[in-house]
Design a protein around this ligand. Sequence first.
Ligand SMILES: NC(=O)c1ccc[n+]([C@@H]2O[C@H](COP(=O)([O-])OP(=O)(O)OC[C@H]3O[C@@H](n4cnc5c(N)ncnc54)[C@H](OP(=O)(O)O)[C@@H]3O)[C@@H](O)[C@H]2O)c1
Length: 240
Amino acid sequence: MNILITGGSSGLGAAITRKLAADTKNKVYFTYNNSAAKAKEIESIFENTTAIKWDFTNEEETSALATSLSILELDVLVNNAYTGEAIKTYFHKIPQNDFLIDFRNNLIPTIAITQAAINNFRKKKSGKIITILTSFLINNPPTGSSIYTANKAYLEQLCKVWATENAKYKITSNMISPSFMLTDFTKNVDSRIISQMTEDHVLGSLLTTDEVAEAVEFLSKSSPHINGMNMIINAASNIK
Ligand SMILES: NC(=O)c1ccc[n+]([C@@H]2O[C@H](COP(=O)([O-])OP(=O)(O)OC[C@H]3O[C@@H](n4cnc5c(N)ncnc54)[C@H](OP(=O)(O)O)[C@@H]3O)[C@@H](O)[C@H]2O)c1
């Protein structure tokens, strides 16, 4: 399979890239922005990987990547990259422009790449879109998460539309909503909070990026009947 992972050189994306590249039959393309050294390291370990520089916030780079998708002959698109913070401040204290910036920086590039992927998938009558959301969408969203969770909720709805509009072309769109993982995204979380979260966790350990990568691998190969699904990975903590 030809696979593209956005933000595939660091954090969860790197775990996904490594997991899918371990199957040498796959050709894995992954984008990076700041993590050039990590991208090179992955390329040096896995011969079947190619790093592509892509800054979400750069319209020219987004348009170049969207155009190149037809050359890559993709089978799978993994929408993983996110720029910004999960937790800011109370909704009423956030400047309105910050919502616009988040929309422009994250949703518009994801829309551009997914539109290009769907155009190509429709021609070959197959394709898989896997989008990383967050378990914050389930139950009470944390204080300060309005921009982040609204972004992911918007994306969730798009994922459902991608699933229904393209099902007859054997194109699937599935979501994965992971709980807290230790990555650069969560590096500013106080170590005492992390210890407490680990202690309180029903499994006594936090979710790892490798465990989520396993779920991505499953969805990358699954039947077209598995479509429009949101795989919530939170050890059943949403069930009250
Ligand atoms: N960590 C968690 O607890 C958690 C929980 C639920 C869901 N998630 C979701 O998991 C996904 C991956 O997050 P993560 O935890 O792995 O965080 P991360 O380590 O901060 O990864 C973010 C990724 O996005 C890329 N990125 C950031 N700014 C970019 C830009 N301007 N243009 C292009 N790419 C950009 C980064 O690439 P470079 O490193 O190359 O700059 C990086 O690969 C996100 O969608 C996040 O919402 C995370």
